[in-house]
Design a protein around this ligand. Sequence first.
Ligand SMILES: Cc1cc2nc3c(=O)[nH]c(=O)nc-3n(C[C@H](O)[C@H](O)[C@H](O)COP(=O)(O)OP(=O)(O)OC[C@H]3O[C@@H](n4cnc5c(N)ncnc54)[C@H](O)[C@@H]3O)c2cc1C
Length: 382
Amino acid sequence: MSKARITVVGGGIGGFTAAIALLRQGFAVTLLEAAPAFAEVGAGVTLSPNAMKGYVHLGLAERIAAAGVEPARQRIQHWQDGRLIRAIDRSDMRTRYGAPYVYIHRADLHAILVDAATEAGGALLTDAGVVAVEGTTAILHDGRRVEGDLVIGADGLKSVVRQLFEPEAAHFTGHIVWRALAPVTPALADLAEWPGMHIGPGRMVVRYPVRGSQILNMVFFARQDGWTQDGWTIPAERSDLETTFQGWAPEVQSMIAAAPEGRLYKWAINARKPLSTWIIEDKVALLGDAAHAMTPFMGQGAACAIEDAIVLSRALADSGSAGAALKRYVAARHERATFIQQESNANADRLQAANTELFGLEGLRNEDTLGLLDYDCRTVPV
Ligand SMILES: Cc1cc2nc3c(=O)[nH]c(=O)nc-3n(C[C@H](O)[C@H](O)[C@H](O)COP(=O)(O)OP(=O)(O)OC[C@H]3O[C@@H](n4cnc5c(N)ncnc54)[C@H](O)[C@@H]3O)c2cc1C
């Protein structure tokens, strides 16, 4: 199959990881990105060792780790007084899993992926929004037609390619989020040194350092009944956070005070219900959020996109036909991604339960205890 021409729709984490993996296997790849430039929102992302194994496979792990921060530990704290509920040791991730645990600014990760895909010889097109797919041809917004042998839909939550599978739009999950980046001042130093989260009824606050621990990535989660605005960069006021997190611990108030006015954004968390399959014959496959957009309460959405990309590239390289490869891909990936989608929802209820004091007392269920970090997309049977 190595001469096949593959069209990847979407230049996010999933699309770029797939493009690099496929180019390395000898496929001719055209990547189509709707935006006028390759870019990612100004926020952090956690790449747990299962995700980083994908980048070890692509020879990019050390570049990514060097651009990010590897935490030695994390803590989960009580919303009211910040008391320690649970400490998590992250100092042994490389020896335990064979890959690091990395916090990184999304723009820094994106720059590394764009470079690697360019070096590998990909045809990378911006301002190339796909409006429809006919067979294995992608139709662009300006009428251009991109012919190929296979289309991979990596076009995220609002995937156009997914419309071949179901007409429904993504649904609002009842969770909203504010995010901000702030310089690590003395008031935030302990929070950068000990990344983690404050948990409380119906709300939580996550923080971790990026860019050499010079910047603190802060994410504030709450629940809300309805939502009508669209976009990832809706400007928000600090006073929204002061009201929503009134009575929360002093460290949370320090984070709110540090959130820069004018660069504080909010958005709705939308997700997808599981699809029964992500492939159409030998023509189309979905990956990442286009296939299984999930709530972020396990920090595994990008990890799943990376795992999908590596497993799909392995299936295509090892199969005699695209049809056989796509079947092997979906068989290898569907159950795991669907499980993580469901567990991510359940984790919101566990982390944001009415009685914070009881958190984890009946046994903790998270990405560590569920064994999600053990998964190895390089060697899992395909
Ligand atoms: C608050 C929050 C925190 C999160 N934190 C984490 C975390 O710590 N760890 C983790 O693993 N995951 C995390 N996630 C999930 C993660 O961000 C997503 O799962 C991941 O970015 C999905 O990548 P993707 O490439 O599938 O889609 P996207 O990143 O959405 O990329 C899709 C790309 O396709 C382009 N596109 C869209 N439509 C078209 C079209 N018609 N034609 C061409 N191009 C198109 C878009 O412009 C975009 O570049 C978090 C999510 C949220 C909401």
